[in-house]
Design a protein. Structure first.
Ligand code: SF4
Length: 340
């Protein structure tokens, strides 16, 4: 669970129950600074003269605000729309796309006007009937660490439980899922857990839940009847990578039930980076040992008009055949969605 160092309440948020819940939960703690804004300008309340400090202070800041624009961004290829519940994440994963996307605003923002957001969601669903419209809840955040005191996912999952033509999905590296277990989800929400080898988690995913905790949470969700998937990402090629990923899959196969209603999905994404991301990462994590040697990679133009450094063709083929074979060996009801 995310326990912030400071909480900034935007003005006018206390007309929403979630803002009051958050205040009630934290206002008596004297280790948390609470700031009530009289305008909506919060950046000046986050200390730090340089990006390095601003990033660290920002990551420990919770901003409670409302979602002003209700025009949802598209979210191809994993869903039709992003569902804006939370922005930002407490984690400090060195390779995280948010480091580039959120720039100098790395703080966690929870949008408390959930009713407006869900009303808008309903409109998008209605426009496409009889097609099913899919919404992604983790496009710009990991919404799980703030769930124990926001209940944003819980209420959203319940909303989708009642939607014949709407589906919800989100991905997480955390385990705060207990309030999601006994709710009427109607199998309309798919939860994916992002996992990696303990070695990678320890080196590059600071501030996230351990591998064991993520697996434990995924099993709880599976037992609660949710369709579940695993994102193995990013996959790195390093000394012993095959042994460590094999061990990870082996541990999972020991814990996962062989009789599940839905196939357990796997999405496998090898490590990649853009030039902008690389310079950003090195600014925020100057000691980073992330493998980002351009000459060891292949430059590939992406569908969004900018290029990325990806592993070379022969490495990608090796990753593909390795994971295909190893997942097959797990002998569970599974489906590999893609390996890239
Ligand atoms: S947990 Fe996910 S969203 Fe959060 S920092 Fe890590 S990669 Fe980024």
């Amino acid at each position: 669970m995310f326990i912030p160092k400071r909480i900034i309440f935007e003005k006018d948020v206390f007309q929403y129950s979630i803002a009051n819940e958050i205040r009630k939960m934290f206002e008596t703690r004297n280790d948390i600074e609470i700031i009530y804004l009289s305008s909506n300008r919060y950046k000046q309340h986050i200390p730090g003269e340089d990006l390095y400090t601003q990033f660290r202070e920002g990551k420990r800041t919770l901003v409670v605000d409302t979602k002003k624009s209700l025009k949802f961004q598209s979210c191809k290829p994993s869903a039709h729309y992003q569902l804006p519940l939370v922005t930002g994440c407490m984690g400090q994963c060195e390779y995280c796309y948010l480091n580039t996307n959120l720039g100098d605003k790395p703080f966690v923002r929870v949008h408390v006007n959930l009713e407006d957001i869900l009303n808008q969601t309903q409109k998008y669903i209605s426009e496409k009937i009889p097609e099913i419209t899919i919404f992604e809840g983790a496009a710009t955040s990991d919404p799980v660490p703030v769930e124990p005191y926001t209940n944003l996912l819980k209420r959203t999952i319940e909303f989708f439980g009642e939607q014949e033509y709407g589906r919800f999905r989100f991905v997480t590296k955390y385990n705060d899922v207990d309030n999601l277990l006994n709710i009427p989800h109607n199998e309309h929400t798919e939860v994916r857990f992002s996992i990696n080898t303990p070695n990678i988690i320890q080196q590059y995913e600071k501030g996230t839940a351990s591998f064991e905790k993520r697996i434990e949470a995924s099993i709880k969700m599976m037992e609660a009847g949710y369709p579940i998937g695993y994102l193995i990402a990013p996959v790195f090629i390093y000394q012993n990578w095959k042994d460590e990923y094999r061990q990870l899959l082996h541990l999972m196969s020991e814990k996962l039930s062989t009789s599940v209603k839905f196939p357990i999905t796997f999405e496998i994404i090898s490590h990649r980076y853009t030039s902008i991301a690389k310079s950003r990462i090195l600014e925020v994590f100057p000691e980073s040992t992330l493998p980002m040697e351009n000459e060891e990679r292949m430059y590939k133009y992406g569908q969004f008009g900018y290029g990325k450094y990806v592993y070379k063709k022969e490495d990608i083929s090796e990753i593909k055949s390795f994971f295909t074979e190893e997942i097959e060996k797990m002998q569970i009801h599974s489906e590999i969605k893609y390996i890239i």
